[in-house]
Design a protein around this ligand. Structure first.
Ligand SMILES: Nc1ncnc2c1ncn2[C@@H]1O[C@H](COP(=O)(O)OP(=O)(O)OP(=O)(O)O)[C@@H](O)[C@H]1O
Ligand SMILES: [Mg+2]
Length: 252
């Protein structure tokens, strides 16, 4: 058995990439799947969302060969949920990699040897289509696009899909679109409903049926360093991520 690698990507900022990676990962871990969360964003939001230790080596140190991947793995408060953290040091990689040969494969080379130890490896990307996100797309089997239910969400999609296509034609021919997950949904607004309908009519069954509502508990949990499953597991946000976990596992 070998882990499936899923990257969460959208160059638009604040659409729920990190929130989705953490909480989906936590519920899949609860369902018995061995999950590795890889923070590949210099903002380090995923790392703090699971309470990782900032003094430990993270993904940058592994890439810079100052640590082995094994030494950088950290347990979290959730059984089966492991994290490879990041911090602002990772931003140096943007610069360091610009002229490097095979610069898209740095992350893949680190993650492939870890595959036997997990069922899923999740990569959280920064809000850009730069070299970090390209490394994520090159390393992954599937890309999941978190999408906020608002008008401008659609505008960025063309560019994102074009990038995914060029990755599929170049550095990662096996990359598949794993799905689109709607986040921060507010059923009271017509616009949210229109966006869901329009995107669903285009992407059809690629759209996950579990829609994540706007829920303040989801935004509070990170400041406690725990996923929503450990903060308020009965809130709507938790239930929707739990449903999403069932769906993702079912899609295989
Ligand atoms: N469903 C939700 N309801 C309410 N708040 C949410 C929800 N999802 C995410 N948030 C909050 O919105 C903000 C942005 O979410 P998040 O950090 O997951 O997005 P992101 O796409 O990872 O952002 P970035 O592009 O900066 O990495 C965070 O403060 C988060 O706590
Ligand atoms: Mg993020």
């Amino acid at each position: 058995m070998s882990a499936q690698i899923i990257v969460f990507a959208n160059q638009k900022g604040g659409v729920g990439k990190t929130t989705t990676a953490v909480n989906l990962g936590a519920f899949m871990a609860e369902a018995g799947k061995r999950i590795l969360l890889v923070d590949f964003d210099p903002q380090g939001n995923l790392s703090s969302s699971v309470g990782s230790d900032h003094n430990r080596a993270g993904i940058y140190e592994v890439l810079a060969e100052k640590s082995t991947a094994e030494a950088a793995l950290q347990t979290t408060g959730v059984e089966n949920l492991t994290v490879l953290s990041s911090d602002i040091n990772l931003s140096a990689l943007n610069v360091e990699l610009i002229d490097a040969e095979d610069k898209e494969y740095y992350l893949k080379d680190i993650l492939d040897p870890l595959r036997p130890n997990y069922d899923y490896i999740f990569i959280d990307c920064p809000p850009s289509l730069g070299v970090l996100t390209l490394n994520g797309l090159a390393a992954a089997d599937k890309v999941i696009i978190p999408m906020q239910c608002e008008y401008f969400a659609l505008e960025g999609m063309t560019l994102l899909l074009r990038t995914i296509k060029s990755v599929q034609e170049g550095v990662n021919k096996d990359l598949q679109l794993g799905g689109i997950v709607f986040t921060m949904y507010d059923s009271r607004t017509n616009l949210a409903n229109e966006v869901v309908q329009e995107v669903t009519s285009y992407f059809k069954d690629k759209v996950f049926r579990s829609i994540i509502p706007r829920n303040v508990k989801l935004s509070e949990a990170p400041s406690h360093g725990v996923p929503i499953s450990k903060y308020d597991r009965s809130c709507q946000g938790a239930l929707s991520y739990k449903n999403l976990a069932v769906e993702v596992i079912a899609r295989g």
